[in-house]
Design a protein around this ligand. Sequence first.
Ligand SMILES: Cc1cc2nc3c(=O)[nH]c(=O)nc-3n(C[C@H](O)[C@H](O)[C@H](O)COP(=O)(O)OP(=O)(O)OC[C@H]3O[C@@H](n4cnc5c(N)ncnc54)[C@H](O)[C@@H]3O)c2cc1C
Length: 477
Amino acid sequence: MSQHLNPAVIGEFRTIVGAAGLADTPEALAGFLAEWRGLYRGSATIALMPASTAEAAALVAICAREGIAVVPQGGNTGLVGGAVARSSPERPEVILSARRLRAVRAIDSDNDTITAESGCVLSELQGAAAAVDRLFPLSLAAEGSCQLGGNLSTNAGGTNVLRYGNTRNLVLGIEVVLADGRVYDGLRALRKDNTGYALRELFLGAEGTLGFITAATCRLFPRPRGVATAFVAVADPEAAVALHAAARRQLGEVLTAFELMSRYALELVLTAKPDARDPLDRPAPWYVLLETGGAETQTAAEQRLESFLDGQIQSDRVMDGVSCRSSSQRDALWSLRHEVSDAQRLAGASIKNDVAVPISAVPALIREGTDLVTRLVPGTRVVAFGHVGDGNIHFNLSKPPDMSDSRFLAQWEPLTVAVNDLVAKLGGTFSAEHGIGLLKTAELARFRGGVEIELMRRVKRALDPANLMNPGKLFGD
Ligand SMILES: Cc1cc2nc3c(=O)[nH]c(=O)nc-3n(C[C@H](O)[C@H](O)[C@H](O)COP(=O)(O)OP(=O)(O)OC[C@H]3O[C@@H](n4cnc5c(N)ncnc54)[C@H](O)[C@@H]3O)c2cc1C
């Protein structure tokens, strides 16, 4: 199977990782080559799964010697093709998977830190923190599959950014195998460390183009005692933004999540998931899922949120709402939100725009964006949802019901360019939390050209002069 690679080199790989650490049959490779959205089909004849930093370093050193490109892969849940291998006889690529780097190396509850290997699945890390009565706050719909290394490499966002920041804000130290096989050991658990350039920052959000992350030390937080969740109906995105501002003012820092979804997004979930129930009696155009978490008791948290929402109903900002009374109700509400991406498959081909604007510009983005895309392709259905508290809206587009997938996807470029131009006009970014990967390389050049991309290229050349780490991602071919 591994015809792109010299058998002697494969033998060297096998000696390092053993049979359990190497996949080279179609069956064993299938999971590494499939991609969540089905936009790309990976091609690689070998995937390597080191079980330690030393093994990873030895593998990368061989790749560097042989000129073999390395595609780091985590849980393979990325939405922009960043973990897709494109091996060819002229340019062999191997997948370097973190899936066997699963150890939680240390938890220091006095320092509120966890040091874990990059293949730890996010939900496992959340569980490890909960076991010592702490919170690891990164949370996203793919948390049952995505891995710490993928989260770091995409600087993942998710539903708690409002309170705790992006992944970048959670990282204190990092350990990376560099493109030449050496190890950068920056695994420090310090909140203050002004010692020159903040090298770790380079690898966060680098999408595997500068090195292979093997471990990180991350911040933990007190576990909230009282968590209150509500699902409310609002008339329009303007009302949602006003509600967000009121919630920030009146609830303060305990506000942890503020998620918007349109009626159409909810309907897709209700149709796709037979167990899902509409939480409210009457349909409304828009919904907000909001949550607070803090040191007060559960009862006090629920009372505080309910009294805030009563005031908002009286002032007509909120049309209707329901609060959770149990953890199963909370899970049911969150699953409505988490299932939107998956449920969108029901509506056929889709074009997904992961964009961010200043929070105040969210209504303009949704209103003007909807006008724009329905003018360009009449009948396009907008599935707008996302993290209003971060100004990050998934402005996703589903094909008109009577249009074929291929005809709609042929409009990818004009639709994406139009949305991204609008986003830029509103002071936003075309790439909020999913990254660039293969999908958005042209837009990176368009919006971050000149000095900005030149500096990025210089960093890439300095750390990976032979362009061996995840070639083609970020900058294109
Ligand atoms: C249903 C669904 C919901 C999602 N919701 C969100 C969301 O709310 N917020 C959000 O930010 N993202 C979201 N995502 C996107 C995705 O889950 C995140 O980007 C996640 O951080 C990717 O982690 P992963 O382990 O799957 O990485 P992969 O997909 O395997 O890789 C992603 C990138 O990181 C690189 N990489 C992976 N591991 C390493 C490593 N050890 N060292 C160096 N580079 C590495 C890869 O080369 C690639 O460029 C969602 C995805 C799905 C499917």
